[in-house]
Design a protein around this ligand. Structure first.
Ligand code: SAH
Length: 367
């Protein structure tokens, strides 16, 4: 649309601000027209502003009114890069024969927690591939150990799709939260991103199961993944509106050289930030991280994420010796620094935008 103003977009934008939800067609239209111009009066003059800029301001305001200047932190422990799955986008897919595999011992995981605790982390996120070595009972035992020593901390698991009985075992072991991005809510698009043996409906069922067990549950998707259109992004937003997760993780798709998507273009910072703003407007209280992937495609990505409505950062606690091996995508940042350096670097970055890292569990607050 360029400089021509468009009444349709004004109506849709107002509707989103008022109702926090749109139809699929309206969401897709908003995404496609995010850089249109809308007139407004500034000091007696008509000025133009884009829906993108309007939503950023609203999202940042909502973040500040709900969370103040506090940014929640989660200590990320990437404890295994073995994976039985073959997601076409992911660098640690089973089919990547060039990946140097590692798994942390239970002692190493506990060391990460100790370092993290001393640095002020009160949430530990255990993330990994779907590694059969880590049986249901092994993971349950790790959760029990962490919770027995750090009873004031939350434990988040992010280890893929499992049966409801397994999720129940881990919940009873003390796990508080679970991250499982749905990746895409559209079945055909899911098929473009994953091999035959994986299914979108199974992944969604896992999310409903996690919710029913009382986990604070995180869904989400990559922005700009191969084959993704505005219509599919609109479906992702509608799926999230149905699921009503406590956490939503989004970040740009970034190619990895050893995957079938090696030559696909990366997602953009601009669209990721726009979607963060929409999500904050839709879900004022949701826990919304400014992700490492966003920090990887742009030097100021994580700060910008916060300024577009995100309220969580997830620095890495994994041992530096193994960091580079958890390579989901190319050029991942912060693979060379100790946990303490990562934390203080982020604390500085947050200070510069008027925010502060919180030292508490940072649970979802329903009311
Ligand atoms: N095995 C776990 C953890 C997956 S890694 C699970 O299945 O949930 C966490 C997230 O990283 C994935 O859900 C995916 O959305 C994201 N990811 C994987 N490969 C990526 C890539 N190439 N670019 C950006 N994000 C990627």
């Amino acid at each position: 649309m360029g400089m021509t103003s468009n009444m349709e977009i004004v109506i849709i934008l107002q509707k989103l601000l008022d109702n926090r939800i749109l139809t699929k067609e309206e969401f897709a239209y908003l995404i496609d027209h995010r850089d249109d111009s809308i007139p407004k009066l500034v000091n007696g003059k008509i000025a133009m502003e884009s829906p993108r800029s309007i939503l950023q301001k609203r999202a940042n305001e909502i973040r500040q009114s709900v969370f103040g200047n506090k940014i929640y932190t989660r200590g990320l422990i990437e404890f295994t890069n073995y994976c039985k799955n073959n997601c076409y986008y992911c660098g640690i897919r089973a089919g990547n024969r060039n990946a140097e595999r590692y798994r942390l011992t239970e002692d190493e995981i506990m060391d990460c927690c100790q370092t993290g605790y001393e640095l002020g982390f009160r949430t530990f996120v255990l993330q990994g591939g779907e590694d059969p070595y880590f049986t249901d009972e092994r993971i349950a035992q790790i959760v029990r150990n962490i919770k027995s020593i750090y009873s004031d901390c939350a434990v988040t698991l992010s280890v893929g799709e499992h049966e409801i009985e397994t999720y129940r075992l881990w919940k009873e072991a003390g796990a508080d939260r679970y991250l499982l991005r749905h990746e895409t809510a559209n079945d055909e698009h899911y098929r473009i991103l994953h091999p035959e043996e994986m299914s979108a409906s199974h992944r969604r069922q896992c999310l409903w199961n996690l919710k029913s067990l009382g986990y604070q549950t995180g869904a989400g998707f990559m922005v700009g993944s191969p084959g993704q259109t505005s219509a599919e992004l609109a479906e992702d937003l509608l799926f999230l509106n149905n699921l009503r997760p406590e956490m939503i993780g989004i970040g740009p798709f970034i190619h990895h050289d050893q995957t079938p998507f090696a030559s696909r273009p990366d997602g953009t910072k601009e669209l990721t930030l726009f979607l963060l703003s929409i999500l904050r407007v839709m879900f004022p209280k949701v826990l919304l991280p400014s992700t490492t992937a966003l920090g990887t495609i742009a030097a100021d990505g994580r700060e910008q994420g916060i300024l577009h409505g995100a309220n969580v950062v997830m620095p890495n606690l994994s041992p530096v010796a193994d960091r580079k091996k958890y390579s989901l995508y190319e050029h991942k940042i912060c693979t060379g620094e100790e946990a303490a350096e990562c934390r203080s670097c982020l604390a500085n970055r947050m200070h510069l935008i008027g925010c502060e890292l919180a030292v508490d569990r940072g649970d979802y607050q329903a009311s």
